[in-house]
Write a protein that binds this ligand. Structure first.
Ligand SMILES: *Cc1c(COP(=O)(O)O)cnc(C)c1O
Length: 401
């Protein structure tokens, strides 16, 4: 009997998540390699002119061009779909390519989008500046206020877009309730799930329609490559998303897809350990700085909701100190934790959002988003939490806290 490699969805969807993360989507070549092969090829040669014509006509299955299909990228896409419980999905070259393609493919001039206030800086620019340039109306709401989503609906509302927990304020939005409101309005509900990762939160199972990732974050999680993904129903991916991306081409390279296949094998182990470490660090910071926000601590204003829809408090801790001067002093005093605006990495990283990730949004918008001059975002990695706490202890002291 042929051993199962991981391609047949009727079998693999019944596997447990850990098995899917290691074996899902595997398509072995005739050499029987254990680790997935990297197909660094842009094109595919055909046996005959008739076969080429058949593939273009869609009457024959097979690959035609790596903007459209690639065996290594497909293995990654299938594995991500299994882990998320999605019917279909596509990998992209960056997280922003995923977010922009998901929204641009679905929306047209004259449509209306409602988005949560707290978004990754570039997502906010997409909603506030880029989509309106193409005649798409946008409304920003406080995503934590479920009723605000209902009030913002208009007859032409076609999509809801939100991030939860949100960057960097860790606002938590009620995915199930907001999805119901969106569906009542006929809107597609799109979730940026980069902060939680598929390990802690699965928005499609809570009622959302489309989930987008910056795979640069927890999925690679080792600071190597930029990548993204868009996952949803087969109908939406095939008819809406691909109608746009086939011809705009925001695809992932085979090499980067291969790296992410390796990353997915350890995603669960990494994220769960990072959550434990983040919990320890947040507990240490609480009471030592003016404000500590961590969805896994009872002091977080939406702790109950976070724990209902996530299986852990996340890997990010946000803290507020007095002002920019004190925030910069704390960063400059760190010896282990890097000053870095990436997140979800095996290395702990801290950034001052107002002068880095959210420097391109106006001070007024930053204030509306809750990004104060003293806000620092700490992404907790895989180091021993005792060393991280020791580093924070000495840095707080040197920064006069
Ligand atoms: C990083 C990030 C993005 C953008 O992803 P890139 O891979 O940097 O393009 C979008 N949303 C969130 C929440 C992010 O953290």
């Amino acid at each position: 009997m042929k051993r199962h490699t991981g391609q047949d969805r009727s079998v693999t969807r019944n596997w447990h998540p850990a098995t899917q993360a290691v074996r899902g989507g595997t398509a072995r070549s005739e050499y029987g390699e254990t680790s997935e092969a990297i197909f660094l090829t842009s094109g595919y040669a055909y046996d005959s002119a008739g076969q080429a014509a058949g593939r273009f006509a869609g009457t024959e299955t097979g690959m035609t061009y790596s903007r459209l299909q690639n065996p290594t990228v497909q293995m990654l896409e299938e594995r991500l779909c299994l882990m998320e419980g999605a019917e279909a999905g596509r990998a992209t070259c960056t997280g922003m390519a995923a977010m922009s393609a998901a929204l641009m493919s679905h929306l047209s001039a004259g449509d209306h989008l409602v988005a949560g206030r707290a978004l990754f800086g570039s997502c906010r620019v997409l909603v506030d500046t880029i989509l309106p340039k193409f005649g798409i109306e946008t409304t920003i709401v406080d995503g934590r206020d479920t009723e605000a989503w209902a009030r913002a609906r208009r007859p032409n509302t076609k999509a809801f877009f939100l991030e939860t927990p949100a960057n960097p304020t860790l606002d938590v939005c009620d995915i199930a309730a907001i999805s119901d409101i969106g569906h009542d309005a006929g809107a597609l509900v799109v979730i940026d799930n980069a902060f939680a990762s598929p390990i802690l939160q699965q928005p499609l199972k809570l009622g959302a329609d489309v989930v987008c990732y910056s795979a640069t974050k927890h999925i690679d999680g080792q600071g190597r490559v930029l990548a993204g993904a868009v996952l949803g129903s087969a109908q939406w991916i095939n008819d809406i998303y691909l109608a746009y991306t086939r011809h705009t081409g925001p695809v992932l390279s085979a090499f980067n897809a291969w790296l992410l296949l390796k990353s997915l094998e350890t995603l669960d182990l990494r994220v769960r350990r990072m959550v434990d470490n983040a919990h320890a660090v947040a507990s240490f910071l609480e009471g030592r700085v003016p404000v500590t926000l961590y969805p896994g601590l009872p002091s977080h204003p939406q702790h109950d909701l976070a724990m209902r829809q996530m299986s852990g408090g996340g890997t990010i801790v946000t803290l507020h100190v007095e002002d920019r001067v004190q925030a910069h002093a704390l960063l400059d005093a760190l010896e282990i934790i890097d000053i870095c605006n990436n997140l979800g990495d095996s290395r702990s990283l801290m950034t001052h959002c107002a002068s880095t990730t959210h420097a391109s949004v106006s001070p007024t918008v930053r204030e509306e988003m809750g990004i104060t001059e003293g806000l620092l975002r700490l992404s907790v990695g895989l180091e021993d939490p005792r060393d991280l706490i020791a580093d924070l202890t000495q840095a707080l002291k040197r920064a006069g806290l």
